[in-house]
Design a protein around this ligand. Structure first.
Ligand SMILES: [Zn+2]
Length: 235
């Protein structure tokens, strides 16, 4: 069972937040502040169950609300091994990952999930729609970094490019290379604007046609979307 925590990130009853969870929640504070400002229907969920291989950070959509889910405990409630939870991940990347998830929430809250910018008329329509949502969320992550810490933009872009290119996801849900490449030069985002609108503006300009069609089966739940895997960053 999930232990639901309001956006203020109070500990779930009977399950105190661990040091690693607290570190992530503290790093999340600026992003959660934006969620409150935008009145997004966002809850933070700290799962007390052991992580059995799922992403330590993911988003689910339940009854019209976005659930930002942390699953960062090992057997018996012990912290995950450092290499797994990547406690050393720089805050600038944690924020970008959270902004990515917030991008998904924004689309859901607007009722735009899996809509536009072009009609989906192919047999792979569902997959293609999901891929475009991931592309939008990656642009939100980059726009967030550009807004909050422009000096880190190049490093965050390099990291995200690496995540999306290794391994290659040709045409799959997380094949967002066309959008990430479009944002190589941060000037592509144009003049300053509210975060989501700025990402949306660039998203609409990108031709989302994948270089290749999918070669792997759709592997991610349609109701839960994970952030880029937590690998050590060169930052
Ligand atoms: Zn995503």
């Amino acid at each position: 069972m999930l232990a639901c925590v309001p956006v203020q990130a109070a500990p779930p009853p009977g399950a105190p937040i661990t040091a690693s969870e607290r570190a992530w929640l503290e790093a999340a504070h600026p992003v959660l502040a934006l969620a409150r400002h935008e009145r997004l229907p966002l809850d933070v969920v700290v799962q007390p169950q052991p992580n059995v291989g799922e992403p330590p950070l993911a988003t689910a959509f339940v009854a019209g609300r976005c659930k930002l889910v942390l699953t960062m405990r090992g057997p018996g409630g012990t912290p995950l091994p450092e290499a797994t939870r990547d406690a050393a991940l720089p805050a600038v990347l944690v924020e970008a990952m959270l902004a990515h998830e917030l991008g998904h929430c924004w689309r859901h809250a607007r009722g735009d999930w899996r809509t536009g910018p072009a009609a989906f008329g192919t047999a792979d329509a569902a997959l293609e729609a999901s891929r475009r949502e991931e592309g939008f969320a990656d642009l939100v992550a980059l726009a967030w970094t550009l807004q909050q810490d422009p000096g880190a933009y190049r490093a965050v872009h390099d990291w995200l490019s690496g995540q999306r290119a290794h391994p290659v996801h040709d045409g799959a849900e997380h094949d967002t290379r066309v959008w990430v490449t479009a944002a190589l030069d941060p000037a592509a985002f144009g003049p300053p604007a509210p975060l989501f609108e700025r990402a949306h503006r660039l998203w609409l300009k990108v031709d989302p046609t994948p270089a290749q069609r999918p070669t792997d089966p759709f592997s991610e739940s349609r109701s839960a979307h994970s952030s880029p895997s937590l690998q050590k960053s060169p930052l």
